[in-house]
Structure formats: C-alpha cells, structure tokens
Design a protein around this ligand. Sequence first.
Ligand SMILES: Cc1cc2nc3c(=O)[nH]c(=O)nc-3n(C[C@H](O)[C@H](O)[C@H](O)COP(=O)(O)OP(=O)(O)OC[C@H]3O[C@@H](n4cnc5c(N)ncnc54)[C@H](O)[C@@H]3O)c2cc1C
Length: 462
Amino acid sequence: MSDPGIVHVIGAGLAGLAAAVRLTEAGRRVAIYEQAPQAGGRCRSFHDAALGRLMDNGNHMVLSGNRALLDYARRTGGSDALEELRPAAFPFLDLRNGASWTLVPGGLWLFDPTRRVPGSRPVDYLAALRCLTAGREHSVADRLSPNGALFEPLWRPLAVSALNGPVERVSARLFGAVLRETLLRGEAACRPVLAPHGLSAAFVDPATARLRAVGAAVHLGARVDALTFEEDRVTGFSAGGDSVTLGPRDSVILAAPAWVAERLVPGLVVPPPGPAIVNLHIRLDRPVRLPGGLPFVGLVGGIAEWLFVRDGLLSVTVSDADALADLPAEEIAARLWVEIARHLTATQRLGEPIPPFRVVKERRATPDQSSESVSRRPATRTRWINLTLAGDWTETGLPATLEAAVRSGNRAADATLSNGNNPIRRSGLFTAFTSFRHRPIWTDGGAVPARPGPEGQSKKRG
Ligand SMILES: Cc1cc2nc3c(=O)[nH]c(=O)nc-3n(C[C@H](O)[C@H](O)[C@H](O)COP(=O)(O)OP(=O)(O)OC[C@H]3O[C@@H](n4cnc5c(N)ncnc54)[C@H](O)[C@@H]3O)c2cc1C
C-alpha cells in the first residue's frame, strides 16, 4: 500500500491528543506541535514549588456520561488514574445559611424528597426538558423560569459552571445537551469521575507516553506561527522557527484554541473568547471534611461555586469570573476564604489567617457559549482538502468541555482518515461540491462499560 503521508497536529490539548491517538491507532504517522513546554492545554497539572503540592490549572468536573473522554482515557491507559464515585451523588451547600442537601439521581429519585433539593417537587425538574426543545436563539433563562423553585438552587449554578457564562446569555440548547448526556441517561451516566493524582496523570501523560511509544513525534515548545496555502491545500507551516513542508499526502489537524485558529486560517469564522475561570488552591496541613462527606461540594448563594479536596489541597472554583479575575490574587483569596472557612468542619476557623494559597486565573477559559457565538462554531472540515479543525470551539453540539474536545479530535481524525481513502476528495473535486458548511454524522468512542461495585464506594476506572 502506498504511504498515506504524515498527519501534523497543531496543539496538544485534549482535542489534539485525542486526534493523534486515534490516528496512530489506525496506523498513521503523526507529528504534534505544541507551543507550551507541556501538553494538556487548558487541562493540565503542575507542581507548585511554593506550596509543595501538585495542582491542576482548575478543577474539572467529569461525569461517567462523558463517554468519548473516558473511552480515550481507557485506550491510553489513563483510566487507572481515575476514580468513579458510586452511586452518583451531588452534595450542595448554601453559603448564606449553611443549609446542605444532596441530589441523588437515579431510579425513582424524583419521587423521593430526600434525594431532591429541599422544597422541590418532581414537576420542577421536568421543567428543564424545555431546554431539549430550545431554539438556536434561546438562552437558559429564556427556557427556565427565574421564578421556578429550582432556578437558584440548581439550574443557575449548573448552567453557569457547565457553560461558563451567565444564564441570561448561555445557550439553552447546550444546556439541554448536558441534561441529555447525563441526567436523562440515568444514574450510570451521572457518577462523578475524579482524578485524585491530577488531570495530567489521567488525561495527558499516558496519552503522550503512548504516542511516543508508537513513534509519534511530540514537539513541545514548538509554536506554529503561519500556515501556507496553495489552491485547495495547506502546503507548509513554520513551527518553533523551523519550516515544515508538506508532502502531497500529508495533512494538518489544527487543534489550537479558536482565537489562534482564526489567526492562522484565512476567512475562518469562530466563536469569540468567553469569560475567565478562577481557581483558588489552598494548602491543607490538616484533613478537612466537606459538607456532604464527598471530596467535592457544590456551593450556592455566594461567589464560590465548587469546592474540591484532594491530596492536601482545598480548591475553590468560580466560573464566569472576569470581574473576579481583575482583582489581585490576595483579594480573591480573602473573599473566597471568608465564604467557605466557616463551613469547614472543625479544622479551620474563620478569623484564622488563610493558609498558603495559589490563585490560578484562566482567562478565555472557554469560547463564549451564547447562542449567537455557538452559531459561529465551524465544522470539522474546511475548504482546504488536507486541513481539518478540532477543539472545544468546533461544532460538536456540546458545551466547551473535555468531552467536546475529545469528540472533536476523534472527528478530525476520522475525517483525515476518510480523506486518505477517498480519491474523489483527494483530487479536489470534492471541495467543488462541498463549499457549503456540511455536518456529517459521526460516531464517537463507545461507552466504557460500568463495573459493578458496592454502593457508596469509589472505583478506579479500568
Ligand atoms: C479553569 C478551567 C476549568 C474547566 N472546567 C471544566 C470542567 O469542569 N469540565 C470540563 O469538561 N471542562 C472544563 N474546562 C474546559 C476544558 O478544559 C476545555 O474545554 C478543554 O481542555 C479544551 O481542550 P482543547 O484541546 O480544545 O483546547 P486547549 O486545551 O486550549 O488546547 C489547545 C492547545 O494548543 C496549543 N497552542 C495554542 N496556540 C498554538 C500554536 N500557535 N502552535 C502550537 N500550539 C498552540 C495550546 O498551548 C494548547 O495546548 C475547564 C477549563 C478551564 C480553563
């Protein structure tokens, strides 16, 4: 068989890594170019020397319904570093009055008041189905009444953290996709999946090790500055100061963030950047028990939105946080600490100085996810026959998440593989008939079979 050429993947976030993994599994030669000194992009761990802790750039909520992500972790060997909490349960705490409750989805949970938000009725949950039938133009607030019993204690915090934007702006359709992929698929799709040794240990390092082991070239610190185009093809690019010339069968998957892709590809329409996400990481020298007894708790009624605890680190997350991110780190830490300290059992008391901390401000944490911006998401294929796009900003039908990034990478890999097998497309005739935006139907990685386990235990994913 003739050599199908090299696939050059630009960007080693989860979209680029997933594409590269899928291509190497299909026997293709791959080279990755990543501008940063480490892979992972917006999903990465780093060692903080001042605090003496390994920390993530931000807490990431992964659920067992994230099928493509967990399938990717299983195929790369990263699932050994994941822990699934069973049964699915989501503790919440009201920061104003200390009230706490636990949402326990699954089975006939809607008919059991102890598994719902206090004071809510089953019909209040069914109101969320209106997001499944939302039009392109609808925001979450357009479809879910702000006067509804669950708006403040549940829908607002969930939508803000899933879509990183205010409910008055973010797309109801994307929120509907979250519900469809998780709550509506039952308990087995709602289990929180934690990465107790950090995000990189689960989603990044095993993938890069696997890629290197099968001969892929992983170039770190190699920023791609410009692509060159001739007629309907990409013919080369510069990476880390070196120029790369593409052979006639070589192709490119551009898996950099939207604002970089927009700069590299003429005429590309992308969603604008969305708000910051701020994380406060606090070093713990004593164990802390969170309300609800799990390693995380959702927070309502304050600035802080989620609290996670692991490995001597307490981490607070705030989404849609542009205003907060403009403040100095000390002020951010002080504001969040005042909110949470009095709810931490016994070990830390309000009034004590805050323990050593690190604030991580991720500006442009996701693309903007308003309805208008979502309509600017491009398809996987471009008008250049050997260039495909991947990233959480491409058209996946999902919020900009790890799941979306991996699915987009899978799609870009599949499109590249099918190009190689399609002589009409390779000849250029294909583009003459497909200059419109087309949305092919794709298949993604299958579900990870859930392993049976005793109730209340956490299981390593395998
Ligand atoms: C703080 C925070 C919290 C989040 N929480 C969650 C969560 O709870 N659950 C969830 O599912 N998702 C969450 N997300 C979103 C998730 O992290 C992203 O959707 C996902 O990581 C995007 O992956 P990606 O590969 O599309 O993009 P990226 O991770 O941005 O990868 C793009 C890569 O391209 C590289 N690059 C850029 N320019 C160039 C260039 N010129 N040349 C070469 N390389 C280049 C970048 O360095 C980067 O490594 C969160 C994100 C943040 C920031």
